[in-house]
Design a protein around this ligand. Structure first.
Ligand code: HEC
Length: 221
C-alpha cells in the first residue's frame, strides 16, 4: 500500500514538472510572454464621423453638385418601409414624400398626422434642412415620431436629397459658393504669386498651397 502511494505521488510530481516545463516552452513558442501592439488599432465604425470631420469636408452644395442619383434612389430603400415617393402615393407609417423638397415642413399633403415637433417647426424644407433632418431626425426636431437613426455620411445624404428632389420638386440645386479659399488665393495673387489661384478648385487643399506661396514670396524678392 505504501509502495503504491509513493508510485502515485512520484508520477503526480513528475506530471507537474512536465506541465510546468511545457507551459514555459509554449509561452516562448507562442510569444505569450511578450506584448504586441495589433497591426491596426481599433476599427472604423460605418456612419460615425471622425471628430471635426463634418467641418473639414466639402460643403452641402458641393456634395449635391456631385451627387449620384442612382445611389440616392438605392438609399431611398432605407425609407420605403415607411414612405412612398410617387405622386399621390399613400401615407404609410410616414407621409408620402412626393415633392417634399421645398414643401412646408410637417404639413404633407394627404392629411398625414404629423407630430407637433414637426408640424410646429415652421418653414419649408430646404436642402440644408433636409441634410440636418436626415443626419439626425431627433436632433432636428426633438420629439419627432420618425424613428430613423439618421445617415452618417454627408455624401449619402446628398445623394438621397438629390434623388428626392427629382421626385416632384426639381428645384435648382444650391450654388456652390467659392468661400474661405478665395481671399487666400487673392492675397497670393496680389503678391504676384498667382500659382496658388489655380488650385482653388480643390477647397480642402487650396489653403495650404496659398499659405506656402505667401511664405515664399518675401524670400523671392
Ligand atoms: C420607421 C419609419 C420611417 C423611416 C424608416 C423613415 N421615415 Fe421619414 N418619417 C416617418 C414619420 C413617422 C414621419 C413624420 C414625423 C413626425 O411627424 O414627427 C416622417 C417624416 C419625414 C419627412 C418630413 C415630411 C414632411 O412633409 O414634412 C421627411 C422629409 C422624411 N420623413 C424623409 C425620410 C427619408 C428620406 C427616409 C429614409 C432615409 C425616412 N424618412 C425614413 C417615418 C419614417
Amino acid at each position: 500500500m505504501q509502495d503504491r502511494f509513493n508510485t502515485i505521488a512520484g508520477w503526480t510530481l513528475f506530471a507537474g514538472i512536465v506541465a510546468l516545463g511545457l507551459s514555459s516552452v509554449s509561452a516562448k513558442y507562442f510569444q505569450a510572454d511578450k506584448h504586441h501592439r495589433p497591426h491596426e488599432m481599433g476599427f472604423e465604425i460605418e456612419g460615425v464621423e471622425a471628430e471635426g470631420g463634418g467641418e473639414a469636408g466639402p460643403s452641402l452644395p458641393e456634395l449635391l453638385a456631385q451627387a449620384d442619383l442612382a445611389k440616392g434612389e438605392k438609399l431611398f430603400g432605407k425609407c420605403t418601409s415607411c414612405h412612398t415617393i410617387n405622386a399621390g402615393g399613400p401615407n404609410g407609417i410616414g407621409p408620402n414624400l412626393h415633392g417634399v423638397v421645398g414643401e412646408a415642413i410637417g404639413k404633407g399633403v394627404g392629411g398625414f398626422a404629423f407630430s407637433s415637433a414637426l408640424s410646429g417647426h415652421g418653414g419649408n424644407w430646404t436642402f440644408a434642412d433636409l441634410d440636418a433632418w436626415l443626419a439626425s431626425p431627433k436632433a432636428f426636431a426633438p420629439g419627432t415620431k420618425m424613428s430613423f437613426a439618421g445617415l452618417g455620411k454627408p455624401q449619402d445624404r446628398a445623394d438621397l436629397i438629390a434623388y428626392l428632389n427629382t421626385q416632384g420638386s426639381n428645384l435648382p440645386l444650391p450654388a456652390v459658393e467659392a468661400k474661405a479659399e478665395e481671399p487666400a488665393a487673392d492675397e497670393a495673387a496680389a503678391e504676384g504669386e498667382a500659382a496658388a489661384g489655380d488650385e482653388a478648385a480643390a477647397p480642402a487643399e487650396a489653403a495650404a498651397p496659398a499659405e506656402g506661396a505667401e511664405a515664399e514670396a518675401p524670400a523671392a524678392e
